[in-house]
Each structure stands twice: as C-alpha cells, then as structure tokens.
Design a protein around this ligand. Structure first.
Ligand code: OSB
Ligand code: MG
Length: 369
C-alpha cells in the first residue's frame, strides 16, 4: 500500500473520425476527464466515461469534475488507501459510479505498476486476445449505414451492433440483415422505447439478432422481464445494470439473458468483475461495452474482456474507429477480428505527453506532488 500524494484532473477533447449518433444524442468530439494520480510508489491514469451531457446516465463531465475534486479527492489525498478499500473510503458519497471508477482505475494502475503486474493478470484474465465488435451510430441514410457496415466487416469485426431509435429501426436492421445474412448482428436502443412498441420488437425478433440491447427505460427491470417473455431474441441490459445487485436482480427476474459490462457505469473494475463472476455462475454470457474511450480507458476494457465469462465480442474497437490519433499508442484490430490485451504493468499504456497537452482544455492539480 502506498500514500496517494497528488491528483491531476484534465478535461480533454479529441475529434471523432465521424459523428456518433444514438437515440439520446450526437457527439462529434470525445470530451472526457482524465485523472493522473501520484502515489509514493508510482503514477497511475484513469479515464472517466462520462460525457458532456447527462444523456446516457445522470453523470456528465462538469458534474463529475466537481464530484472528483470536492467529494472524492479529499477522501483519499494523503491517505494510505488501496483499490480494495476505495468503496469504504467513498461510502459517504452516494452514486456517481463513473467518477468513482475513474479514481479506482488510476489507483489500480499505480498499484500494479508499482508491483510490475498487468491489470488483466490482476483481474483474472485468461486470454491474451479478445474478440471485437463495433457499434455503428445512427446514420443519415440507409446507404451510409450499409457502407459503414461493409467497411467494418472488411476490417474483420466479428459482430456489428446497430444503434436504433423509434422510426429508424426495423427497415434499417432488415436492410443490413439482407445484405449480410450470416453475421452476428445486434441492436442497441439506449432506452428509447416503451412496451407500446412491442410490434417493433416482434419484427426485430424475426431478423435473427444476437441480442436487443436496452430497449426500455433504465429504471424498468420489470417491463424488460415482460418483454423478454414475448421474444426469442435475448435482451441485453446496459444502462439498467449499475451494480452487482442490479445484475443479480435482472437475472433473477428474467429481465435479460445477456449483460453488457462497463466498468465506468458500475463504479469500477472490481464491481465489474463481481458482475462477471455472478453472471458466469448463473450461465449468463457477458460482453464488454464501450464509451468511445481513449486508449487509457480502452486498455482497461481489454483487460476486463480477458476474463473467461466474456464470451461475446465486445464494443472494444480499434483506436482508428474513433480517432485519427489516439492519446496512447493505437489499439489495432487484427484481420481475424481480435485485439491484443495489454501485458505491460498496470493498464499497460501511458498517454503521449504532447498529444495529451494538445487535447487538454482544462487542468487542475490537487494535493502536493
Ligand atoms: O450504449 O453502448 C452504448 C457509446 C456511448 C454511450 C453508450 C453506448 C455507446 C456505444 C459505443 O455503443 C461503444 C464504443 O464503441 O465504445
Ligand atoms: Mg448500450
């Protein structure tokens, strides 16, 4: 264990190679908080998965910044606290899983760098490469969609996920299915529908989808269970699962048959592993979701995806799917649709100093270094 000396909060902005549109909004840049932590032993990096707007969850950058600076940092600065003890240290702060996960990622990175162990090894990863899918945003036209899908398949991606919203759903998905009868294909509604839209889901149910992700409100496990009973296609929950307790409830209720695990959404990598463990025990497949992370958060996602229960391709896409230039060395997709799990100590990546400086729009140092 070693003392946490200082923290550096950074808001970065990076252009995306193409706009990413979902049922809750559109991003043309990736705007995120990065955290650099210094302990007596080592330095560590964390990336917050919150975005500029509270569209996907309640958390957003300006709020996460304040939570990190005024509520989380004071609970750990100067303290000898381990990653295992963070939940306790943060017990007085309700919610804010994305802000908390940022601290945990940086602390794990520092601890493991100090110990010379990789994050994947520490979490119990069992593979050195993971199968990758890609999440395709809502496009202006069906032609654009077909063209993007074609491009990603040519790169080797093993599963295509289409973002849908009411009015831009069955017809689009059918067009992709007809063009590619045999691919693993899924859809993600980001909570845009209600049970009144059951006909949309019945139509999607005919298209041989791998899963339908988060069709209904994040608060509504009960109606997801009702919808699941009407469909052959497995439902997958993303926004609804904010903790291991949520995952246990969803599985027991039959609200989903697949779970999307995102470390940021559930308060960190250690809680993510607990969800993995309970899903594996229940025979429920999981996969690693994504939040358009830079190379820092991407490294953490790949480490997590190396655990044995991650049996479906994740939204762990290559750097070039998001950025012309990533903040770290780029993550590259192999032609076979897999990506290497980082093996270096901690996250196994560090951001390039010059790129990080160029991307930084705000910087605040906390504690004495
Ligand atoms: O619902 O999975 C989602 C991106 C931002 C917010 C929510 C989601 C997504 C994605 C992209 O689907 C996944 C990725 O490529 O990182
Ligand atoms: Mg999702």
């Amino acid at each position: 264990m070693s003392r946490i000396r200082s923290l550096e909060l950074r808001l970065i902005s990076q252009p995306l190679v193409r706009p990413f549109r979902t049922s809750f909004g559109e991003d043309t840049t990736k705007d995120a908080i990065l955290l650099r932590m210094e302990t007596d032993d080592a330095e560590g990096w964390g990336e917050c998965v919150a975005g500029p707007e509270p569209g996907y969850s309640e958390e957003f950058n300006e709020e996460a910044w304040i939570t990190l600076r005024d509520h989380l940092a004071p609970r750990i600065l100067g303290a000898d606290v381990s990653s295992e003890e963070l939940t306790n240290a943060f017990a007085g702060v309700r919610g804010h899983p994305m802000a908390k996960a940022t601290v945990e990622m940086a602390l794990l990175d520092a601890e493991l760098r100090g110990a010379g162990r990789s994050l994947s090894e520490h979490l119990g990863g069992e593979r050195d490469r993971v199968a990758c899918g890609v999440s395709v945003g809502i496009t202006p036209t069906v032609e654009d969609l077909l063209q993007q899908v074609e491009g990603y398949l040519a790169e080797g991606y093993r599963r295509i996920k289409l973002k849908i919203e009411p009015g831009t759903d069955v017809e689009r998905v059918r067009a992709v299915r007809e063009a590619h009868p045999d691919i693993l294909l899924s859809v993600d509604a980001n909570a845009a529908y209600s049970l009144e839209d059951v006909d949309v889901f019945r139509a999607l149910d005919e298209l041989g989808l791998l899963m339908i992700e988060q069709p209904l409100s994040y608060e509504d496990l009960l109606r997801h269970a009702k919808l699941q009973r009407e469909l052959r296609t497995p439902l997958c929950l993303d926004e609804s699962i904010r903790s291991a307790a949520d995952a246990a409830a969803a599985i027991e209720l039959g609200a989903c048959r697949i779970v999307n695990i995102k470390q940021g959404r559930v308060g960190g990598l250690l809680e993510a592993r607990r969800i993995h463990d309970l899903a594996l025990a229940a025979g429920v497949p999981v996969w690693c979701g994504g939040m358009l992370e830079t190379g820092i958060g991407r490294a953490a996602n790949l480490a997590l995806a190396a655990l044995p229960g991650f049996t479906l391709p994740g939204d762990t896409s290559a750097s070039r799917r998001y950025f012309r230039e990533d903040l770290t060395d780029p993550f590259v997709l192999d032609q076979d649709g897999t990506m290497a799990v980082p093996t270096g100590p901690g996250l196994g990546v560090v951001p390039h100093g010059d790129r990080i400086e160029r991307a930084t729009v705000r910087l605040e140092r906390l504690g004495k270094s």
